[in-house]
Ligand binder design. Structure first.
Ligand SMILES: C[S@@+](CC[C@H](N)C(=O)[O-])C[C@H]1O[C@@H](n2cnc3c(N)ncnc32)[C@H](O)[C@@H]1O
Length: 234
């Protein structure tokens, strides 16, 4: 696709296909997936009890599944560009207080002071740097004072000098599960077309520029990171 802009339809189509065997694929193909998923149910500020939660790029609901175990009575909004992913979530979370939004991040209207917790699991790396910066500002605006943003993702820019090493380690995991190389080739095609990871340090600067205090938990395995940041009380 080169420099052509990816559209909502592209992401949606890609993840509609991906949704078929999603969790198994993620565990077998994404380094530290389970560790960085589990991090969503851990290490919140003491007494933190969110009432309203937004899951950005919910996929089949693996992050929300972590959250309902610790915040079962919260009101959830699950947002994704893929209708098939959203359908899986509708099936999975019957009985919880959940609404579903099919939207591209950039088209979602983030209302002010609305959410106590916003989460993003392996979804923001699909955004270009400029879109991430705008998103961080919108997320900040949309959190209440004392609210938390929690995110897990690959956080290394493709131009970083250690990026090739990250790929080498990543490939080892994939080949250990799918030895014939076909899966790795598919992942690299998806990675070239849809993935735009950025360095952790750049993202910290953008988060601070948006207003966040970055003093929260950081789990870092290689360049696979879980980060929590807080909108400080005034
Ligand atoms: C790799 S999956 C992660 C799913 C889930 N959060 C998890 O941790 O397993 C990324 C999800 O984000 C969605 N997504 C990616 N970019 C998006 C965008 N710009 N707007 C809305 N959804 C997006 C995809 O459709 C996909 O379901």
């Amino acid at each position: 696709m080169g420099t052509q802009k990816r559209t909502q339809e592209d992401i949606s189509k890609e993840f509609n296909v991906f949704s078929a065997n999603y969790t198994e694929d993620m565990i077998k193909c994404v380094p530290y997936y389970i560790t960085l998923l589990n991090a969503f149910s851990q290490d919140y500020p003491s007494g933190f009890s969110p009432q309203r939660i937004l899951d950005l790029g919910c996929g089949n609901g693996n992050v929300t599944d972590q959250l309902v175990s610790v915040f079962p009575t919260a009101e959830y909004t699950l947002l994704d560009a893929s209708e098939d992913m959203l359908k899986l979530c509708e099936e999975r979370f019957k009985g919880f207080n959940i609404s579903f939004v099919k939207s591209y991040f950039k088209d979602f209207s983030f209302s002010e002071n609305n959410f106590d917790l916003i989460v993003a699991g392996f979804s923001l790396h699909h955004c270009e740097a400029v879109e991430k910066q705008l998103l961080f500002k919108n997320i900040y605006k949309s959190l209440v004072s004392g609210g938390v943003l929690a995110m897990s993702d690959l956080m290394i820019n493709k131009n970083h000098q250690l990026h090739e090493l990250v790929k080498t380690n990543w490939k080892q995991l994939v080949l250990s599960n799918y030895p014939d190389d076909e899966k790795w080739q598919w992942i690299m095609e998806h990675y070239a077309e849809f993935d735009r990871p950025d360095d952790l340090n750049d993202q910290i600067v953008w988060l601070e520029t948006a207003g966040f205090k970055v003093h929260q938990t950081l789990k870092k395995e290689d360049y696979w990171v879980h980060l929590k940041v807080k909108k400080s009380k005034l």
